[in-house]
Design a protein around this ligand. Structure first.
Ligand code: TPP
Ligand SMILES: O=C1C[C@@H](O)[C@H](O)[C@@H](O)C1=O
Ligand code: MG
Length: 644
């Protein structure tokens, strides 16, 4: 047997360089590159291997391990899971920083390969610098924390273990039904240990992504169910996009005259202006989608996980007469809500179903309802787009919380833009094919309701984990996937402050991203949530400690975000009026380096309502009558919701 003598780390790099994926007859390299932050736990092992021969893998330098791993996740998501990046960290804190990103990947079912350094397999030394030491179990290291958030986890204690570990890693990374983070922990001594690897291990491997066809019996069940229903509603989930099934979904809806609503992951599979596209559904859904959902007698969930935001915490389509049909490549998701399941690739299943339903002469029973719902929402959209602050006589969308404090905010921010007006303007100003990126705060809800995404894959929302700090790291990953499109990160001030380190990486790499920073001086959506459930404003506005009360109820803490980012070499702007915003966007489009627009928006001016419930835990014991009322209201709504 021919062998090649390599270190574990060298073998790992050589193997990754030989992985390819084939989908619909198209072959491409699977691993584009590797993000690195070196420390003693990886620099002399994996670092050495990459310096000596990285093959065709591109090597990037991250700033924060969570940030770089989020960039890798966003890259794979935007590539529709057909190409990935790996990430290597040092041992201990560097590794721990990647745990959050692993969870983001797994929650969103996005492949990412994480390669954290680990403590010495030989235990010489023991403890090594940054080893946590658990006296009850010496095999435990920081990297065990990845077990909870990975789809495949392994630790390479001997060089030859690498071979089975990597084959399993590829199995999971290329599995459309059950992918996510793959963690391979690499003890730092083993990374440099030599082994005679069989040459065959490094042969080119092409992993075929197959479109799983639907079983004939499942299709028959689905057709039978649909033939008995007059008011079906399609929910278009992320699986539609990963399958590349947008056109088929649109054809299915058109042929059978069925309206569709979008999840956060499914938006931009079908153009937002399509007459059958009702837009975002659920807790953050709009009036049209939620109204049609309430009347639907059949929900057809295509490629959706049915999260609580999508289902309105199982209250939105809770009528016992409403049936659920699912099309999902994952059995786990297809079987939710006691659905009639079609376990299959979305594109394959939609084609097969349409053929059968057309042959059977199926057409939904909708007459004018879809058009009417869209028109009513269109009017509401225009109202939201036109909201302007006027001192003294202004009622914000989220009213009754901080009404009296709004003039103070207007003064501290130096402007009084409303969030809904800014979003409507941006929807008009940004390029049609630009990719908008978001994840957390009030913006995902507003975008889900208001953003009309026309171009395919122009909406990139991480709302499986809704992880603050993903926005800017994610925008970098999206830009790497789509170098020819403008990419805009929509981030709240809280999220920006949590993590924006990869903005510097974007400058370093010459990858232009645009940050649209919505500064409302606080954790706005959480303030809405607490005050909407009877609490006071507590720990969510950015206010200084007040010496007289000892609480965080002093003056607002203003931040000049434009100045902060300018220090990195980012081209920055501050927008306090719509004119300033328009000028900033126009100028940002002309730039070749990353830009940031610090948009000063009033709190409480985001969208609110539209008929779906969100089940949040409320205190059953409190001295505040408003909290008792919120708890009572929750009990009432729980009775209307599906219990499971
Ligand atoms: C990593 C992480 N920590 C905490 C949260 C909980 N959380 C969700 S939104 C939010 C506040 C967001 O504030 P900001 O980014 O300013 O957005 P806004 O709601 O003000 O628009 C918090 C703390 C989260 N989603 N992610
Ligand atoms: O707690 C949360 C509330 C949501 O509105 C928000 O978008 C999300 O980031 C979150 O964590
Ligand atoms: Mg904020």
């Amino acid at each position: 047997m021919e062998t090649i003598r390599l270190t574990t780390a060298q073998a790992l790099v050589k193997f990754l360089d030989q992985q390819y994926i084939e989908f619909d007859g198209e072959e491409r390299r699977f691993v584009k590159g590797i993000f690195t932050i070196f420390g003693h736990g990886n620099v002399l092992g994996l670092g050495q291997a990459l310096e000596e021969d990285s093959g065709s893998l591109e090597v990037y330098q991250g700033r924060n391990e969570q940030g770089m791993a989020h960039a890798a996740v966003a890259f794979a998501k935007q590539m529709r899971r057909r190409q990935i990046c790996a990430c290597t960290s040092s041992v201990g804190p560097g590794a721990a920083n990647m745990v959050t990103a692993a969870a983001t990947a797994t929650a969103n079912q996005i492949p990412v390969l994480l390669l954290p350094g680990d403590t010495f397999a030989s235990r010489q030394p023991d403890p090594v610098l940054q080893q946590i030491e658990q006296p009850h179990d010496l095999t435990v290291s920081t990297n065990d924390a990845f077990r909870a958030v990975s789809k495949y986890w392994d630790r390479i204690m001997r060089p030859e273990q690498l071979m089975t570990a990597l084959l399993h890693a590829m199995r999971v990374l290329t599995n459309p039904a059950d992918t996510g983070a793959v963690t391979i922990a690499l003890p730092q001594d083993v990374q440099g240990e030599a082994y005679d690897y069989p040459a065959s291990f490094f042969a080119k491997r092409v992993h075929r992504l197959e479109r799983r066809p639907a079983a004939e019996a499942a299709l028959e069940d689905a057709v039978r169910l649909m033939m008995s229903r007059r008011k079906p509603l399609i929910i278009c989930g992320g699986g539609v996009r990963y399958s590349g099934a947008g056109a088929e979904l649109q054809a299915f809806a058109e042929a059978l005259h069925i309206p569709l609503a979008e999840t956060q992951a499914g938006k931009s599979a079908v153009p937002g202006s399509h007459p059958l596209n009702l837009g975002g559904i659920g807790v953050t859904g709009n009036g049209a989608a939620n109204a049609i959902a309430k009347e639907a007698d059949l929900i057809i969930g295509v490629g959706t996980r049915f999260t609580d935001f999508t289902t309105g915490s199982k209250e939105l389509f809770s009528d016992p007469g409403t049936e659920i049909l699912t099309v999902n490549v994952s059995e786990f998701h297809a079987l939710k809500l006691e659905a009639t399941p079609v376990v299959a690739d979305a594109k394959a299943a939609l084609i097969a179903l349409r053929q059968r339903l057309e042959a059977a002469g199926y057409r939904s029973g909708y007459t004018t309802e879809i058009e009417a719902a869209r028109a009513a929402w269109g009017e509401e959209w225009k109202r939201l787009a036109g909201i302007q602050y006027a001192p003294g006589s202004f009622t914000p969308e989220v009213a009754g919380h901080l009404d009296e404090a709004l003039p103070e905010y207007a003064e501290a921010l130096g402007g009084c833009l409303t969030q809904t007006r800014v979003l409507a303007a941006l929807n008009r100003l940004l390029e049609d094919d630009a990719v908008v990126v978001g994840a957390s705060g009030s913006l995902p809800g507003d975008l889900q309701r208001m953003w009309v995404a026309e171009a395919p894959d122009s909406y990139h929302m991480e709302y499986g984990y809704s992880c603050m700090g993903y926005e800017i790291s994610g925008a970098l990953g999206v830009k790497m996937a789509e170098p020819d499109r403008e990419v805009y990160a929509f981030a709240g001030d809280g999220s920006y402050l949590m993590l924006h380190s990869e903005l510097v990486t974007s400058i370093q790499e010459g990858q232009k991203i645009n940050v649209l920073l919505f500064d409302n001086n606080g954790f706005g959506c959480i303030n809405n949530l607490q005050m909407g459930h009877g609490m006071g404003s507590f720990g969510t506005e950015f206010r200084a400690r007040n010496a007289s009360t000892g609480k965080l109820d002093g003056p607002l803490v203003g931040i000049d975000f434009a100045r902060s980012a300018a220090g990195y070499g980012v081209i920055t702007y501050t927008a306090r009026t719509l004119e300033e915003l328009e000028q900033a966007v126009a100028d940002a489009k002309r730039q070749t380096v990353s830009t940031l627009i610090d948009i000063k928006v009033l709190p409480k001016t985001m969208t609110n309502g539209y008929g779906a419930w969100w089940n949040v835990g409320v205190a059953e014991v409190s001295g505040k009558p408003d909290i008792a009322r919120a708890s009572e209201e929750r009990r009432r709504l729980l009775q209307q919701a599906r219990p499971y």
